[in-house]
Design a protein around this ligand. Structure first.
Ligand SMILES: Cc1cc2nc3c(=O)[nH]c(=O)nc-3n(C[C@H](O)[C@H](O)[C@H](O)COP(=O)(O)OP(=O)(O)OC[C@H]3O[C@@H](n4cnc5c(N)ncnc54)[C@H](O)[C@@H]3O)c2cc1C
Length: 268
């Protein structure tokens, strides 16, 4: 490690002020990505602005049509909450399947989506469910939020405050884990929302994306059979020691069919 300042603001306004006063500062949520990055010298912030005490970031608002979860919600809290499971079971599944118990205890919703790891689970959940991200400055649809490899539309001094998830008619998330890290080799969220069918894929490509070919087929016929015979293109998908683009394309189709069957089985 190397020297850096550590501050613990109590409000969003204070946190923003601290960030604006120091261009080298970074928000610290659970530290599950940031601290290892610092240890590896991939990040060297001059100041860590710990969000733990910031008022409001752990607040939830639970309704029949939307649930709103504060950005500092740990994966464990989301995974274990009855009020989440009974409304959006797929979201509980996403949170419960992240990493290991230590990661779920510390890792947060806001940290995960701000980081936008191309194999992370929450980006697929937000994109697949058609969520809206509330920041210190504005509201951003998930369709706009995730840009590219580890990149979002967030400004440097913009804080994720909460995420609003519309309750879908039915949805399910399935992932094929990379055994070592438990990140998604491929993860697929299939959702029939009040605004139509959405299918979001993580892990397969350089960033999370919507599989429009699958969405079109499911919009006509929301059954796994509607996806049989659809050839998923491997173009642009990742190739690494865990799998070829062709393998990832194949997995996407398989997981989408299984997730559709599961969504039908556990309709909200
Ligand atoms: C061993 C291991 C296994 C994992 N497995 C998985 C997995 O299977 N699936 C998966 O999806 N993820 C996995 N993760 C990642 C985990 O889910 C964490 O959520 C993720 O690392 C982010 O960590 P954090 O919430 O502690 O944020 P931090 O590490 O504290 O921050 C991450 C980044 O987000 C920024 N940030 C934090 N909060 C905010 C905010 N509110 N607004 C704006 N920017 C913010 C920080 O400045 C930093 O740049 C794994 C991590 C580890 C270490």
């Amino acid at each position: 490690m190397y020297p850096f300042e550590y501050v613990r603001p109590a409000s969003v306004e204070e946190a923003i002020g601290l960030r604006r006063a120091d261009a080298g500062a970074q928000w610290l949520a659970g530290g599950m990505t940031l601290l290892p990055s610092m240890k590896l010298r991939l990040a060297a912030p001059s100041q860590l602005i710990d969000l733990t005490d910031v008022e409001g970031l752990d607040e939830w608002s639970i309704g029949d049509e939307h649930i709103v979860l504060g950005s500092m919600s740990s994966h464990r809290r989301v995974a274990e909450a009855d009020e989440v499971r009974t409304r959006i079971q797929a979201l509980s599944t996403v949170a419960a399947g992240i990493g290991d118990p230590q990661v779920r205890n510390r890792g947060t919703l806001g940290g995960s989506i701000a980081n936008n790891d191309p194999a992370a689970d929450y980006p697929a959940a937000l994109l697949g469910l058609g969520a809206t991200i509330r920041t210190s400055q504005r509201e951003i649809s998930a369709d706009e939020f995730f840009k590219d490899f580890f990149e979002t539309v967030l400004e440097d001094d913009e804080l994720v405050v909460a995420v609003s998830f519309p309750v879908p008619r039915r949805a399910a998330y399935l992932k094929f884990r990379t055994p070592g890290s438990r990140y998604a080799l491929v993860g697929v969220m299939v959702a029939e929302t009040r605004d139509g069918v959405r299918v979001a894929v993580t892990g397969a490509g350089p960033g999370v994306y919507r599989a429009t070919q699958l969405e079109t087929a499911l919009a006509e016929d929301f059954r796994p059979e509607a996806l049989v015979g659809l050839d998923m293109s491997p173009d642009g998908l990742n190739a690494d020691m865990h799998g070829s683009p062709e393998y990832r394309a194949h997995l996407t189709g398989v997981l989408a069919r299984r997730a559709t069957a599961q969504a039908i089985a556990c309709e909200n």
